[in-house]
Each structure stands twice: as C-alpha cells, then as structure tokens.
Design a protein around this ligand. Structure first.
Ligand SMILES: Cc1cc2nc3c(=O)[nH]c(=O)nc-3n(C[C@H](O)[C@H](O)[C@H](O)COP(=O)(O)O)c2cc1C
Length: 207
C-alpha cells in the first residue's frame, strides 16, 4: 500500500477533479433546430472526433434541461437529424458561455443573445457567422450511457460530418490551419479554459 496514492471508487471521485484530469476537451458549439423550426445553440465539451472516412463525431448529454428530461440540442438532433458544430475561438468565448444558460425551447439563443448567423447548406440550421469553422453533421445513432441517478439521462450521440466550411483567412500559405489566426479554445478543469497557441506546441516526427 502506497500512502502517496489516493484511490477513489467511481461514485466517490469529485466530479470537478475528474473533469480536470481528462483534458483538454474541445468545445462543440452546437446549432440545431427543433420540429417547430426554432433554432438552438449550446456548447458541449463532451465532444470529440471518434472516427474517420467518414469523419464521425460524438457529443454527450448529461443532466436535465429545465423541467424536461433532455437538453434541447439532444431532442433536436434526434428529431430533425441535422446539426452544425461551430468551433469556438477566444473572441467567441463570452457568446459561447452565454448560450450555456437554460432557456425554453420556444426561444432561440441566436435571437436572445444577438448572435449573427449564416445558413447551413443542408438542414436549414443557423451557423455562428463569426466562427471560422463549421462542421455540418448528419445524425447517426444514440447510445444510452450508465447513470447513477435514474432520473437523469446520460446519452451519447454520434454524427457523421457531411461538410466542413473553413474561413480561408485562418489558413497559412500551405493550406494548414494557423492557430495564431484561429485561437481555438478548450475546456480544462475548474471552470478554466485554454487557448491553443503554437508557442505551446512541440513537433514530433512519426517513428
Ligand atoms: C464549455 C461548456 C461545456 C459544456 N459541455 C456540456 C456537455 O458536454 N454535456 C452537457 O450535457 N452539457 C454541457 N454543458 C452545458 C450545456 O451547454 C447547457 O446545459 C445548455 O443549456 C444546453 O442547452 P440546450 O438545452 O439548448 O441544448 C456545457 C457548458 C459549457 C459552458
């Protein structure tokens, strides 16, 4: 037995500590639309790419939304089957954070927070105009995840990336993403974020 090691069983580990361990998490700022045509926008850091050819992404939903069991984004994706991931740069942080508040599904975050938008190519979904990268996605499948609280649904959604729109001004002369022009942000623990910057990168050659 090593006195330096603290061991938690999964139910006991502080959630804030666990979320500080698995970092950084990219932020998928997801726009979607409900069956009544109301546009929705909310951020999710349980977001990542999980497959390629075709690129496939996951989003995961936890806890409740107001009085309903599911967050609007989850309901919208499962019913209308189309959504957009807007990548978040440093200058968009405040807007992104404001859209994490729960508002009724009869109201759109785009109008409530005056967020400029353009339209997606398919699916009639609004996209954040000032986000330099948009991933248009088609719903693929949902997977129910374990939950210690029977009243809470934890569910992962998989989507296939249909189309990627990139503002050419964030690319360098070789067509590569230039993070100086596109400082994407990501979640680390305890309410902190990091900004991607090449000064913090190191380069590795494949073995
Ligand atoms: C940076 C950030 C990351 C978040 N990540 C998640 C997440 O991965 N899963 C989740 O269920 N909620 C997450 N939230 C909370 C949702 O954004 C919030 O519940 C939002 O109101 C959901 O909106 P909706 O009901 O319109 O979908 C996150 C909030 C912030 C600020």
């Amino acid at each position: 037995m090593n006195d330096n090691i603290i061991t938690y069983s999964s139910q006991d580990i502080p959630s804030s500590l666990f979320k500080a361990i698995v970092v950084p998490r990219p932020i998928g700022w997801v726009s979607s639309k409900n069956e009544q045509g109301i546009q929705n926008l909310a951020p999710f850091s349980y977001f990542n790419v999980v497959g390629d050819d075709p690129f496939t992404i996951m989003l995961s939903f936890t806890r409740k939304h107001l009085d309903s069991a599911h967050k609007d984004t989850l309901v919208n994706i499962e019913t209308t089957k189309y959504f957009v991931i807007n990548m978040v740069t440093f200058d968009l942080y405040h807007q992104m954070n404001s859209t994490a508040t729960s508002i009724p599904n009869t109201e759109s975050e785009f109008s409530k927070f005056n967020i400029p938008y353009t339209m997606s190519t398919h699916g009639d979904v609004q996209m954040v105009a000032n986000s330099p990268i948009h991933l248009e996605c088609t719903y693929f499948r949902s997977v129910d995840l374990p939950s210690y609280d029977a009243t809470i649904t934890n569910r992962m959604v998989l989507g296939v990336v249909n189309m990627v729109h990139i503002n050419k001004h964030i690319l360098d002369v070789n067509g590569n993403l230039d993070y100086r022009k596109c400082p994407l942000i990501a979640r680390v623990g305890y309410g902190d974020y990091l900004t991607l910057h090449p000064d913090n990168f190191f380069h590795s050659k494949k073995p």
